[in-house]
Structures are given as C-alpha cells and as structure tokens.
Design a protein around this ligand. Structure first.
Ligand code: SAM
Length: 284
C-alpha cells in the first residue's frame, strides 16, 4: 500500500533517518496524494508501462508508480536517500533504484535493458535547477521516450507552451514544440511540498511527436540559429545572427533569406513561428 502520500508518514520517515534536505539538489518532496494522482493520470500510467522516474526523493510518487506500472526505474543522485528508498520501496519488486546523476546516466542503455528498447514514460517532480538540460537531453539524445509528465516551475511551463509574439516565447518554446505536444495537467501551490518552494509549480505533459511538425534539413543548425536569435532578443534577426560568429553567416545572407521569405529586414525572432525558422535555416 502506498502510504507516503500522507504527510505524517513523510515526517516519520524523515525523522527516522534524520534526513537533511539539500538545497543544491532541489529537494522539495511532494506531500499531497491528490497531486500525485493527477500526475499519474495525466501520464496515463497503466500495467504495461515501464516508467523512468527522475529524482524519487524518499519514494513518495515511486510507491504509486510501482502500484500502477509494470516496471519503474528511479534515478536519484543523493546517496543519503538510497537506504531510505530501500525501506519505503521494500514492498515492491518492480522498482530499480539507480544512485546516479540523471545527466550522466546512459538512459538509452537503461531503456534497452528494462524495456527491450521500447518507449518508456518519464515521470518526475523535477529538480528545478536542471529542468531544461534534463528535458532537452532526453529529446535530443533520441532515447525512446513516449511522453514526459513533469512538475516544473510555473514560469518554465509557460515558456514551454508560449506562442509567437508573446513575452515568454523563446528558444525553450521552440525546442519543446519541435519535439512534443505540451499540455498543462495541473497547477500546484507551494504548500503541496515539504519544504515549501519559493515558486509556484505546474505539471506539464510533453507527448513526443513521432515526426516533428516541421521539416528542417538540419535541426541542429536550426536550433543554433534559434539560440543566437533569442540570446539577443531585443535586436533584429539580421543583427543577432550576424553577431553570432560561430554561425558563420553574413548580414547579406540573412537579408537575402528574409527577402526570399517576404519578411521585413527589421523582423525580430519573437514573431517567427517554428515553421518559419525551419524554412529560414534551410535558406541560410
Ligand atoms: N520525487 C520526489 C517527490 O516528489 O517527493 C522528490 C522530488 S525533488 C523536487 C527532486 C529530486 O531529484 C530530489 O530527490 C533530488 O535529490 C533529486 N535530484 C536532484 N538532482 C538530481 C540529478 N542530477 N540526478 C538525479 N536526481 C537528482
């Protein structure tokens, strides 16, 4: 029976092991079972699923995942949590805890071993200090991931789903929207965590596309251009791209590509859709 959804049991476990929260690991543990239920429902976890959980903490959501999924692989960086997880997950024989940094684990090899290379579902209450590298790493490395249902800082969730022409629109919006359909599953206030974070949180589900919604001959090059444009978002695209020496593109080349597309030479990246960036990158 999953029992860590009850905050009293969480406190008892923390006291039993005299656990000290580590700020540097972004440790804010969930203490609200309704939120956990909503995450699992949004992720659509069923008895055939293999789930990768990033940062299980003391195993609160892991218990619920273990009850619903076929197999759970939980990657936790903090070695102080390993004996606690052995205790809180002792009733489950379908959970493997790996004490490593998620940014260093060979996830493709893990998925091969645990799920025969078939796509897994990623579920996590993410450590916020590395949200973007975790998500982009999973997308860009071509690990077979069907979906990621993740708790992130509210502002990050907004940037992921932002549309062209809005203040939140940027490189993260374009990268996420290239790889996945993003949907908000829940808004979660600070009092659902222990300790309470300084920020509000949102659960987003990123359902990976089988094929990206736009075709770019070289997606890596397109994202290098996108990053250059949004690193200097107040400048025109002509200037921000010409200033990014690593791209090796001249002002004249940018102007001629924009002209081909019927765009003004004074256009800024904030208004460019993903489809336009793909066309632009191909022209350049
Ligand atoms: N899943 C737990 C919960 O919801 O109660 C804990 C979530 S807490 C926000 C983030 C967890 O990620 C912590 O347990 C932290 O130690 C772990 N973590 C932080 N950095 C990590 C990394 N690089 N690799 C793996 N786990 C990490």
């Amino acid at each position: 029976m999953a029992d860590l959804g009850n905050p009293r049991n969480t406190i008892a476990v923390l006291q039993k092991y005299q656990f000290r929260f580590q700020k540097k690991f972004g440790q804010n543990f969930l203490i609200d079972e309704r939120v956990i239920g909503r995450i699992l429902d949004a992720a659509g976890i069923g008895s055939g699923d293999c789930v990768v959980e990033i940062g299980p903490g003391i195993g609160t959501m892991t218990q619920y995942l273990a009850e619903r999924a076929r197999e759970v692989v939980a990657v936790e960086i903090d070695k102080m949590l390993v004996p606690i997880l052995a205790d809180t997950l002792s009733a489950y024989d379908n959970v493997t805890v790996i004490n490593e940094d998620i940014l260093k684990v060979d996830i493709a090899a893990l998925v091969q071993e645990k799920n025969g290379g078939r796509p897994v579902k990623v579920v996590a209450n993410l450590p916020y200090y590395i949200t973007t590298p975790i998500i982009m790493g999973l997308f860009e490395s071509n690990v077979p991931v069907e979906s990621m249902t993740v708790m992130v800082q509210k502002e990050v969730a907004e940037r992921m789903q932002a549309k062209p022409g809005t203040k939140d629109y940027g490189a993260l919006s374009l990268a996420v929207q290239y790889y996945a359909k993003a949907e908000t599953a829940a808004h979660v206030p600070p009092n659902c965590f222990m300790p309470r974070p300084q920020v509000a949180s949102t659960v987003v589900k990123l359902q990976r596309y089988e094929e990206p919604p736009v075709k770019a001959a070289d997606a890596g090059r397109m994202f290098a251009i996108i990053r250059a444009v949004f690193n200097q978002r107040r400048k025109t695209m002509v200037n921000s791209i010409a200033n990014a020496k690593e791209l090796g593109v001249t002002k004249e080349q940018v102007l001629s590509a924009l002209e081909c597309m019927g765009e003004s030479p004074a256009v800024r990246g904030e208004t460019f859709t993903l489809a336009k960036f793909a066309q632009f990158a191909d022209l350049l």
